[in-house]
Structures are given as C-alpha cells and as structure tokens.
Design a protein around this ligand. Structure first.
Ligand code: URA
Length: 426
C-alpha cells in the first residue's frame, strides 16, 4: 500500500492505528525533508490528541532510531549499561553513578544532554571541566570502555536526526508533553549506543517534566515496555523532584558535589537515589554489583580515582577537580524566611528557571560559577532568620534574590521520600 502523507494524517486524526510502514514514512519524511513542517506538525498534533498504542510507539521509536547511526556496543561489551534521567533540578546522579559503577566493574556508556527549560544538563555541567572532550563515536567509545570502563559523551547530529526536527516542531506546537512522543524521542537517542541494559530515573514532583505521579508512572511504564519490545533489558525508578536533589544547584558546584559524593561525603537523598539506580542497572546487565561493593568503592577511594582516570582519558585534567570551589561566583547571598516553621514546599521549577537565568549571560554563554546551596530540606525545622539557601552570584540582583527566596515556603507539611514505590521492572 502506498504511504501517502495525506492518508496517514487522516487516519491518525480519525484515531486509527498506523502501521510500521506508515510511521516509517513519517520518520523518513522528517529526516529526509520529504514531509513539510506543516505535515509533520499535523502528525504531531494528531498523535498528541489521539495517542499511539504500544505497537505504534515501538514502530515510531524503531524508525527514529534507524534514521541515524547505531553503535551496537553490547555486541562488543555485552554488560555495558546506560542510565537516563527525565531531568530535574540539581540532578547530578549520572555524574556520581557512572564512575561509581565503573569502579565496581560495571561498564557504563552515557550520551548526555543539554539543559532543557528549568532542568540542568549533564553535558553543560561536564563542559565546565577544561579540556574534557565529549565528542564520541563508536570506536572511541569502545576504546574508553576497554581502558576505563566508562564513556560519557553528547549525542551528535548523526544520532536520530529525525528526532531533532520533530523535537523542534513539538516545542512550537504544544505537543512536547505527549507520552508516546516523549518515549520515542528519548529512546531513539538512548538506544543508538546499543547498551545491554538501561535504567530510567523518572522524576516526579513540581521540578519534574511529569509533575503528576500518575503521568510519571505511565511514562516509566511506556519507556520500559518499549525498550523490552525492542529487545533491550530496562527498568525504571520513580524518584522525587519536589526539591532539588542533593545540596547544590549549578554547574561547577554540582561537579564539586559529585566529587564529595565519590569521597563519601554525599547527601543522603542523592546517594540513596544513585545507589538504587546503580544496583538496578547492575541487576539488568547481570554484573552482580552489590551494595557492599558500592560502599567499598567509595571507602577505598576507587570510585574517586575512577573519576580522575575517566576525566584524563577524555582529555580533561584531574587536577581541575581540586580547585572547583575557587570557581564559585563571588557574591554570596543568604536567603532566609520571614517566619519560623517547617520547610513545607519548594517551587522547584521556578528555582530551576531562576538559577538558569542567573547563570545565563543572555548571549547563550553559561556562567558556570553561579550556584545555589540548599541549607534546609523539606520537613526541616527552620528558626526565624536561619538560612534556607545561599546563592553564589556574579553580582547582586535584588529582584532575583527575592524571587529565589520566594521559592521556599514555610509551613507545617513534612518531607516526601526520595524514592517512590517499587521499580517498574523489565
Ligand atoms: N528528552 C528528550 O530527549 N525528548 C523528550 O521528548 C523529552 C525529554
């Protein structure tokens, strides 16, 4: 049957299920330019309204994946694992988890992303390290896995090119939050490396893209089922993003906090999430890493040394990790509440956006030294005038400071757990 764009659009608009061939035609049209922006936008809107079933989501993901390079790393390193976060504020789990697992013999590959909206990007944080080269290809990745057990990069334009065009259109057509479109977009890039197993950290709470727990749970289920349908072992944890994860938000300050975690000084919530994701990934790939092995890797210094080893192998200078604190922005502003009470809520999305604004130079450049230190967690008692947070700014800015302070609400509610429910298993 001929795959005619008009007919495909009419069928999806009517709520009919599309065949793999039809979805392949949409993706080929996106990657090769055969479909106009108007046709693709109509497709995205029809999907956002009508949805895709499991078979369609798999077919769309596969076609988007096959629109670009595939590295099939597990053919050479069967136990190689990957981890993906749906994004949040202060989320530096990837930075901690990858050297920690590599130090325990679990090979890790990760193609990281840039900041999106209020969430920080792992690639942006890593790029604050001088010399670090995040451009990877299959050969370089395999060499790094063999030498260090760890390869971290950034997705290139050769990976899932169809997603680049579709994603940009989603952003302009109010179709970003369609769950099957999110699933296909994430997986088309994640599956390109061809890891042997993948664990998803699906965030929920007001600093997550899926702020409602039900939506986060549905996204977790779709990600895991689609991976499984495409032959990849996967599972997902649902984790809390109703406050920043860990104690720091920013670029160099989050790398600083990563180093602290690997030296055994990590905050409880961040370490708990990292640990559960690490154990889940090892379970999927069958490398048998235990909680004791993770503890030993930190206590013996092996995890911290692995970070140095990896940084050097990708062109960075491990000595730069010793001097991160010197790079904090100089104006330290204490944010305090106007009453005493319990820290009841954090407007985490707003906090993320304000910190992105504070670090943005307006010309696209990032001031990597700008950061925020959280002094209190949800559920903590706060006496009158006690600091809630400290902002590290390049220059004083009263409006920004008062908007940051307004993100913290004192009241009577308690703390949410860092991990929510059981893993969505694959
Ligand atoms: N990240 C992606 O790569 N795609 C989405 O749609 C959402 C988050």
């Amino acid at each position: 049957m001929a795959v005619n764009p008009y007919r495909i659009l009419a069928r999806k608009r009517a709520g009919e299920a599309l065949s793999a061939e039809e979805l392949g035609a949409v993706v080929a049209g996106a990657a090769g330019g055969g479909w106009s922006d108007a046709q693709l936008a109509a497709f995205l809107m029809a999907v956002a309204i009508r949805g895709l079933d499991g078979a369609e989501t798999r077919a769309l993901t596969r076609a988007m994946l096959e629109s670009g390079e595939q590295w099939r790393l597990a053919e050479e390193v069967p136990t190689v694992g990957d981890k993906h976060s749906t994004g949040g504020v202060g989320d530096k789990v990837s930075l901690v988890l990858s050297p920690l697992l590599a130090a325990c013999g679990q090979p890790v590959v990760m193609l990281t992303g840039r900041a999106l909206g209020h969430t920080g990007g792992t690639a942006d944080k890593l790029e604050t390290l001088p010399g670090l080269d995040l451009a990877l290809d299959r050969q370089r990745c395999l060499r790094l896995l063999e030498r260090v057990g760890l390869a971290v990069g950034i997705a290139t334009s050769d990976i899932a090119p169809a997603d680049r065009r579709l994603y940009a259109l989603r952003d302009r057509t109010a179709t970003v939050d369609s769950l099957p479109l999110i699933t296909a977009s994430i997986l088309s890039k994640k599956l390109a490396t061809g890891a042997g197993g993948i664990v998803f950290d699906v965030k929920t709470g007001n600093g997550a893209f899926m702020s409602r727990l039900d939506d986060a749970r549905e996204l977790a289920r779709l990600l895991v089922e689609t991976c499984r349908g495409l032959g990849l072992r996967a599972s997902a944890l649902l984790t809390d993003m109703s406050q920043p994860l860990g104690r720091w938000v920013g670029h160099t300050v989050e790398v600083e906090e990563t180093v602290a975690c690997l030296e055994g000084e990590g905050p409880e919530d961040l370490m708990r999430v990292t640990r559960e994701l690490a154990l889940e990934l090892s379970r999927l790939t069958g490398t048998g890493v235990t909680g004791e092995a993770l503890d030993r890797a930190i206590a013996s210094g092996a995890a911290r040394r692995k970070l140095d080893e990896w940084l050097e192998a990708q062109g960075g200078d491990p000595r730069s990790l010793e001097r991160l604190a010197e790079r904090r922005a100089p104006e330290v502003v204490t944010l305090a509440g106007e009453t005493a009470g319990v820290l009841a809520a954090v407007d985490n999305r707003r906090l993320g956006l304000l910190m992105a604004e504070a670090a943005g130079g307006g010309d696209g450049a990032i001031d990597a030294g700008v950061g925020l230190e959280l002094c209190r967690r949800l559920g903590d008692e706060v006496a009158l005038g006690e600091p809630l947070a400290r902002a590290y700014l390049r220059r004083r800015d009263r409006r920004l400071e008062s908007e940051l302070a307004a993100c913290f609400e004192l009241g009577e509610r308690g703390a949410p757990p860092a991990l929510i429910g059981d893993p969505v298993a694959g």
